[in-house]
Design a protein around this ligand. Structure first.
Ligand code: CLF
Ligand code: SF4
Length: 459
């Protein structure tokens, strides 16, 4: 793996266990209108809906970055991902990136864009040493793209329909080609929209491969409240639908499985955004890490990450089934397992508090992350949460999200939810161990019980 991906939590699944990222929300404007988006919310092409706490000026962003960098020695990447499109706000974006680059030359810079203005800013990105750019490409055929984009604003004019779609796709292709010419790694994000581009994303994967993109991140649609798609009644795909499209596309090129669809002001580990930037900034009075200490810590983390990769390749070599490259679902005797975790590689989250579950396929060669399923927490301690009808609804939605799983690993689960989960054919196991070994044990246990003992969901 090239050095520039080893510490990038989005470009390397392993890295996301060790390294953190920080988004600086300096880019409020956008030059598109995606039909799943409501501009009061974060850019849904990269982030989940949720108003950013506050859009920052480049000065404020710099100060916030300084505080977080001093407090969080695992921070390796600073990215700009909205809340609009970074390149629709070039002044703020490039001023911020330039200041960060000057003050912390060792940090990776990252950017996520809809691609409309990418080709205009390739030189700026190269000059600032931005080595990772994500482009959201939801379609490569204008006939599909026009179902996704309502309007495109380009050089003082508003484009609509097929004309807008053609313009956007041409500009995206030119920008992505330009990244390749400059050796800047490009990740393609695609929003999976049932009934619109689900069957088409395989064409996007082929285009991404032809462009030489690093990976393809297929994210389930999140419909923003008040967006055109909400009015059309469109809904998010089910977990199994997302998995099927990801599996089909992974035959073409590597598919990212650990995306958290994070906010434009997210700070910390993917899936472990427990501290907002503002909270971290208030801890900065206790900041103790010098640049040298930070580098020493990151070198140790890198060494641990490489050992983890070595252990995995030894395991695959030893069992020789080569299943790491196979499509999920194609193995024999593999079991799909959902895990409730708040990070640190441990099963350390109660079922009722989980806002997401990691879903693994556990086959002969060990666990393989298939994806992240976002849910509403069954119990969040609020008055609505105590409302029985509301709790039932949330529980049913969660069970539906995990319906393809055979086992649920959690640090705790109430009697009622455990019964409902079992009725759905999912065996809940309460444990507080490390995810890797517990997954392997759980899969062994499941196979030992045999498919007749629990509802059979292994492949
Ligand atoms: Fe941020 Fe995006 Fe860079 Fe990562 S996020 S700009 S590439 S540093 Fe990562 Fe978040 Fe998924 Fe994006 S988990 S939404 S892929
Ligand atoms: Fe919204 Fe992002 Fe689309 Fe812009 S690119 S309209 S911010 S989802």
């Amino acid at each position: 793996m090239a050095a520039s991906t080893l510490r990038h939590p989005c470009y390397s699944e392993d890295a996301h266990y060790y390294f953190a990222r920080m988004h600086l929300p300096v880019a409020p404007a956008c030059n598109l209108h995606c039909k799943y988006c409501n501009r009061k919310f974060d850019c849904v092409s990269e982030s989940r809906p949720g108003v950013v706490s506050r859009v920052l000026s480049p000065d404020e962003a710099f100060l916030q970055a300084r505080d977080v960098i001093g407090t969080l020695p695992q921070l390796s990447v600073i990215g700009i991902a909205g809340p609009g499109d970074p390149l629709a706000n070039p002044k703020q974006t490039f001023e911020t990136l330039a200041r960060i680059r000057e003050a912390w030359p060792d940090l990776e810079l990252c950017l996520s864009t809809n691609g409309l203005k990418l080709a205009d800013h390739l030189d700026d990105l190269e000059r600032l040493g931005v080595r990772h750019v994500t482009v959201t490409v939801n379609a490569v055929d204008p006939a599909i793209a026009e179902l996704i984009y309502d309007r495109v604003y380009w050089r003082g004019r508003t484009y609509r329909g097929r004309e807008a779609a053609r313009l956007l796709l041409e500009r995206q292709a030119a920008g992505i080609e330009g990244l390749r010419e400059r050796g800047i790694l490009c990740k393609i994000n695609s929003v999976l929209i049932p009934g619109v581009n689900d069957a088409h994303l395989i064409r996007v994967a082929e285009a991404a491969k032809a462009w030489g993109a690093f990976s393809h991140n297929i994210m389930p649609l999140i419909v923003s409240p008040g967006s055109p798609y909400e009015k059309e009644g469109r809904t998010a795909p089910k977990g199994a639908e997302t998995l099927a499209v990801q599996a089909a596309c992974s035959a073409i090129m590597p598919v990212m499985r650990h995306c958290r669809q994070c906010r434009a002001d997210a700070v910390g580990f993917l899936g472990g955004d427990t501290a907002s930037a503002a909270e971290l900034a208030t801890q900065a009075v206790r900041s103790t890490y010098t640049p040298e200490e930070r580098e020493a810590i990151q070198l140790k983390l890198e060494a641990e990450l490489l050992r983890r990769q070595q252990r995995r390749s030894d395991r695959i070599g030893a069992c020789g089934d080569g299943s790491a490259g196979r499509l999920p679902g194609s193995g024999s005797g593999a079991v799909i397992v959902a895990v409730a975790t708040r990070g640190n590689g441990k099963i350390n989250l109660h079922f009722g508090h989980a806002k997401e579950f990691l879903v693994y396929r556990v086959g002969e060669s060990g666990p393989e992350l298939l994806g992240v399923r976002k849910v509403q927490a069954y119990c969040n301690g609020t008055a609505e949460c105590e409302e029985p009808a509301n709790k039932r609804k949330v529980l049913e939605e969660t069970v539906a999200m995990l319906s393809d799983c055979a086992i649920l690993l959690t640090s705790g689960i109430g009697e009622g939810p455990a019964r409902r989960v079992r009725e759905a054919g999912i065996t809940p196991i309460v444990t507080k161990g490390e995810i890797g070994p517990e997954l392997t044990e759980a899969a062994k246990f499941y196979r030992y019980l045999g498919k007749s003992a629990v509802t059979a969901k292994s492949e």
